[in-house]
Ligand binder design. Structure first.
Ligand code: PMV
Length: 309
């Protein structure tokens, strides 16, 4: 029987999370942690050995509408879920790529990124296409960056926002991830920022300032100015903390990493999940993160996007 195996990478957000939901710029890089889907035709849909249940499998509940037939699905992941490293986006782009192959239709990256984004939007509520674009395209992507930030890939529109997605050239740099071990769902954190922003002009100003900081960071990336990029990441962490999406565990790991880094910040939705540090002393940063109870790993960035294995 025909079996298709696909994979897609997780991502880290260097700058711009949360503000990107409101159409501000952001940058994400694909990392060397992936989700793999193995899919074959079946008389009924079975996921990792269990019968499909819409309540337990909300992502598959949305995504199975793209499939012409029931499927046997096996997933393997080396991205912890709720870690802020884009596991749901990687699942969506990997699985939807497998579905298109099973249906015998070619899917281009714009359609794959859009369908994966619609899946996130439907399951998680308000979202941006940052994670799904990074996971689909791989390498690095900017959203709503200036023309000079990289080659234009595609636009995605949802309600009042349009995001223009570009490929980003990544200078040689080392990133360490520190996972707090705390699972944090993205939807409620995005909702928390929305409520704060709707209620208070100060929160809107912070969102604007994250946007401005991200534009400066895109410039630093283009120039390969790692020290400047690090400073802007640390500033972004402070702005995200003011928005209320950091937590003690993240702040501890960020502060401990800063001694050996150009900059450090939470990455993804926050509230737990992970932080990143930009450093040329990765072993020292890993040690500092471990000492404060986090799980460190050095990541490779600029990895390939969704693909058939
Ligand atoms: O924690 P993650 O990997 O789901 O990243 C969320 C990024 C946000 O900007 C908070 C939401 C979004 O959809 O862009």
């Amino acid at each position: 029987m025909r079996t298709v195996r696909t994979s897609a990478p997780g991502k880290l957000i260097i700058l711009g999370e949360h503000a990107v939901v409101y159409g501000k710029p952001a940058v994400a890089l694909a990392i060397d942690r992936r989700i793999t889907c193995t899919v074959s035709l079946s008389s009924e849909t079975v996921i990792n050995g269990r019968a499909f249940d819409a309540n337990k499998h909300p992502y598959f509940d949305h995504m199975m509408r793209y499939s012409n037939s029931p499927l046997r699905i096996e997933t393997e992941s080396d991205i912890p879920s709720g870690s802020g490293l884009g596991s749901s986006a990687a699942l969506s782009s990997s699985f939807l790529k497998a579905v298109s192959v099973m249906n015998g239709v070619h899917i281009d990256n714009k359609k794959l990124a859009t369908d994966a984004f619609l899946t996130e939007y439907n399951v998680q509520g308000r979202a941006s296409p940052l994670d799904t674009s990074a996971s689909t395209h791989g390498n690095g992507v900017s959203l709503n960056g200036p023309e000079e930030s990289g080659e234009h890939l595609w636009d995605i529109t949802m309600n009042e926002n349009t995001w223009s997605v570009r490929n980003v050239k990544i200078p040689k740099m080392t990133m360490v991830i520190g996972y707090t071990g705390l699972h944090a769902a993205t939807g409620p954190l995005v909702e928390k920022v929305r409520r704060y922003k709707d209620k208070c002009k100060f929160a809107s100003d912070i969102v604007d300032e994250i946007g401005q900081t991200t534009l400066e960071g895109m410039d630093a990336l283009r120039k390969g100015d790692i020290a400047e990029l690090g400073d802007l990441m640390t500033k972004d962490h402070k702005l995200l903390s003011i928005l209320g999406v950091s937590c003690n565990e993240l702040n501890k790991l960020v502060n401990a990493s800063l001694r050996h880094s150009y900059g450090a910040k939470l990455t993804g939705a926050g509230g737990g999940g992970s932080m990143i540090a930009l450093t040329d002393e990765p072993e020292k940063v890993c040690e500092a993160i471990s000492l404060r109870g986090g799980t460190p790993f050095i990541v490779k960035t600029g990895e390939p996007g969704a693909r058939v294995e």
